[in-house]
Write a protein that binds this ligand. Structure first.
Ligand SMILES: [Zn+2]
Length: 535
């Protein structure tokens, strides 16, 4: 850190010069002039639909940052003095790793990284904004850099959320999320030093938010923009014990009172929580009325068609057991829970790609996703037995990692494997954030189902585990993967193969669904979406 000021790049000024083409074409070649000290370098780029793109490699070279290209994985990594910035072809996320602490964060660009003729192109203005933030203090990218973005000026009305601010208050801090209109349904969760704020039907100005100067209270901001919602994720000081949301009716801003452990007076906090609840209760209840019902359950029978799944000792195919249990579970739900619609990802012996399963679930507006599978060991027959219920998180044990690897092999049957992100730790940073809103409900279902299965099936309960399954990645709803038993175990294969055995498993899962439905609807009707108020 101490040598930053000695660096020879005292000023890196970026100027745009554009070789305009007379006729309007889709992609115009442009050249960016990067000035480092008194050395001027030309960087290639182009303009596509009004967005200026810059070659990541050339830009790194102009700033004298080393870069590493992983052609196979289509990733390029820039090595800044204190950070690594990794970009992936056709992916809008930049993964930024702090070299000193090895911690990673994610920035979402509004446009994906383009990959043309084996070169990576980043949307210039956003990419430069990121590098500006990360550059050591001796390096200055001047304001002129902004002229490279030749997009029309962003008007305030285009985005619903335009910024974030933090102020000190007598008993903590006030986090302001600046809104340009009255926001709809929102949800806040404070957990393990992270504050998740999800706002439905809102679009955030990610560029403006990325310019927020982090401090000891707000240490990191990661924005996830989805088609139907936005999630603002704040890494907050561990001293923050409670976050109470209030809508400022004058400005439409969303205010979060952050109470520190040290200053929090319990009674005062409760009073504020009550106030905050009352303020937004009417809005919330209105929205919740529509979503407080567990009305669609998606049942996913694993494998199918050309993918048989694992094969039992005497030849039982996982795909057949999974379908048998899935159809029986669906029938029980349809017969006993009249207000629930059952959607199957497959209801016969067909091959469905893993990403399609999540898509089917999302299109159906599912409120719970259950993926049904059978386990097996490498060596068969073997005594390993029992069921397991998995949540989507990085695998914690070698065994969990192995099982996920086995189930993920299903993509070997697919034509386009490129669509799947590698399940690396950094990808899980994204995933767990994306799933965090559903995790407590996924856990709730997993716990209920696992207790009932252990009780009724009289088989070993290996408990609720976590591992990285592709099939769960795409489902934007509470989701679990059930390994119903081991086909590599002679006794268990017999049970799994039999209609009677499949019926028992389906009945146990159904009871889990039934109990979960009651708990889920109770929680939502009580307005317990706001977990921060329980902390
Ligand atoms: Zn499977």
């Amino acid at each position: 850190m101490a040598t930053q000021r000695d660096r020879r790049f005292l000023i890196a000024a970026l100027l745009l010069s554009c070789f305009t083409v007379a006729s309007p074409v889709i992609a115009q070649h442009i050249s960016l002039r990067v000035q480092v000290g008194d050395r001027i370098t030309s960087v290639n780029g182009f303009d596509r639909s009004g967005v200026a793109y810059v070659s990541v490699r050339d830009f790194a070279a102009a700033l004298s940052y080393p870069w590493v290209n992983n052609a196979e994985r289509r990733k390029i990594e820039l090595r800044l003095p204190n950070h690594r910035v990794k970009a992936t072809a056709r992916n809008p996320f930049l993964v930024i790793t702090d070299v000193a602490t090895s911690t990673s964060s994610v920035v979402q660009l509004q446009e994906s990284i383009l990959f043309l003729d084996s070169l990576y192109y980043a949307p210039a203005s956003e990419f430069i904004a990121v590098l500006e933030r990360l550059a050591p203090s001796g390096v200055l990218l001047t304001a002129e850099s902004r002229v490279i973005a030749r997009e029309p000026a962003v008007t305030a009305s285009r985005f619903d959320i335009t910024g974030v601010g933090i102020e000190t208050r007598s008993n903590g801090y006030l986090l302001t999320i600046k809104a340009t209109r009255k926001l709809g349904y929102f949800d806040t969760i404070l957990r393990n030093g992270w504050l998740y704020v999800t706002v439905d039907a809102a679009e955030a100005d990610t560029v403006a938010l990325s310019k927020f100067k982090t401090n000891d209270i707000i240490r990191k901001i990661v924005v996830f923009q989805y088609p139907a919602s936005v999630q603002l994720t704040f890494q907050v000081s561990p001293d923050i014990a409670q976050a109470d949301p209030v809508v400022d009716t004058q400005t439409d801003n969303l205010l979060l009172a952050l109470h520190t452990k040290s200053s929090m007076d319990k009674a005062e906090a409760e009073r504020r929580a009550r106030e905050a609840k009352q303020d937004s209760l009417r809005d919330k209840l209105q929205v919740q009325r529509g979503r407080a019902k567990l009305d669609v359950i998606v049942i996913d029978a694993g494998h199918g068609g050309k993918d048989p799944g694992t094969i039992g000792v005497t030849g039982t195919r996982e795909k057949d057991v999974a379908l048998g249990v899935a159809l029986k579970l669906g029938k029980l739900i349809e017969e006993n829970l009249k207000d629930v619609k059952v959607v199957y990802t497959r209801s016969n012996d067909t091959f469905i790609e893993l990403y399609q399963r999540g898509r089917i679930a999302n299109d159906a507006n599912g409120k719970l996703f259950i993926s049904i599978h059978c386990n097996s060991t490498e060596r068969k027959p073997s005594p390993a037995n029992g069921f397991e219920i998995y949540l989507l998180r990085p695998g914690k044990t070698q065994n969990a990692i192995d099982i996920a690897a086995k189930e993920n092999q299903a993509i070997e049957f697919e034509d386009n494997k490129d669509r799947y992100e590698e399940l690396t730790e950094e990808f899980f940073i994204l995933l767990t954030m994306r799933q965090s809103a559903y995790m407590k409900y996924s856990e709730l279902f997993a716990e209920k189902a696992s207790a009932i299965m252990a009780d009724r099936l009289k088989i070993q309960n290996s408990g609720v585990k976590q591992a990285g399954f592709y099939v769960l990645v795409g489902a934007s709803m509470p989701n679990v993967l059930v390994e119903t038993g081991y086909l590599s175990n002679r006794k268990e294969e017999k049970v799994l193969h039999s209609i009677e055995g499949q019926k028992k498993i389906a009945e146990a899962l159904f009871e889990g669904v039934r109990q979960y439905k009651v708990a889920y609807e109770e929680r939502l009707q009580e307005g317990q979406v706001d977990e921060s108020q329980k902390n």
